[in-house]
Design a protein around this ligand. Sequence first.
Ligand code: G3H
Ligand code: 13P
Ligand code: ZN
Length: 304
Amino acid sequence: MLANLNEILPAARKNKYGIGHFNTSNLEITQAIIDGATELNSPVIIGVSEKAINYAGLLQITDIIRGLAKKTSIPVVIHLDHGKDFELIKECIKVGFTSVMIDGSYLNFKENLKLTKRVVDYAHKKNISVEAEIGRLAGVEDNIKSEINIYTDPEEAEIFAEITGCDALAIAIGTSHGAYKYKGKPTLRIDILKEIADRVKIPLVLHGASGVKPNWINYANRFGAKIEKTSGVPDRLIKQAIKNGIAKINVDTDIRIAFTAGIREFLVKNPEEFDPRKILEHSREMISRVVKEKITLFGSANKS
Ligand code: G3H
Ligand code: 13P
Ligand code: ZN
């Protein structure tokens, strides 16, 4: 069934478990996410980025997600990921998204606050939940490049959440988007998270939370991929983050790697096959496997 963030995240924050946000851009990834979550009876958030919308088409991707969400009994949120533009947010709400993210983290504090408040006022009238972001993640956030990691200031976060009335707040505590997150040892500023969680009582969000584990990289590379050795956010840090106030956890890269590895394995093992359905069916199973691993790690099984 369709839901918004307010129907699933407050309980997660209160009871210290996390709910997975998984990015999609097509039918098979969406099926894999919803099947995996349904099997474990977990609420789930499906993230659609601006680039995913450009790839699949807004109406097409919306109908796929809404169609599959209506067929399952678990809560499924259809959520715009890193929305930067008020017009796109309005369009997404119009076609049936239940939730949006307004990412004004590229703006200064005042401008971010102003834009976020405008979006919240608009969305809340329509029962649409809003995630906002304060602080900046290193790496690439859609088209905006940020070389440094500007950690979220706890006092600013408190003022921002209070004035904007947003429903969930994404914070920067040391993660970054993509596969290559850390040059040295993976770390998270749990000290900053604790301070923010003391001041901000709405659910907190961790972007850039893929694990990018060696077993998945090795699996893809065994079948011809050339993904460099890298490290994502280790499971133990994800658990610490959840214990200290993170309730929504964003994963895209791990899905992409599973998708690619699955296709590669199938094609290498079945060189005579050219039926797309058979090729993608295997890939879909691999994505579901990742989704179930994450749900187990986040502790949201049987919380639907
Ligand atoms: O946060 C970014 C997500 O991984 C979406 O990536 O903009 O390439 O679709 P994308
Ligand atoms: P990853 O690149 O770590 O999967 O992060 C995804 C994300 O934050 C989507 O908003
Ligand atoms: Zn993100």
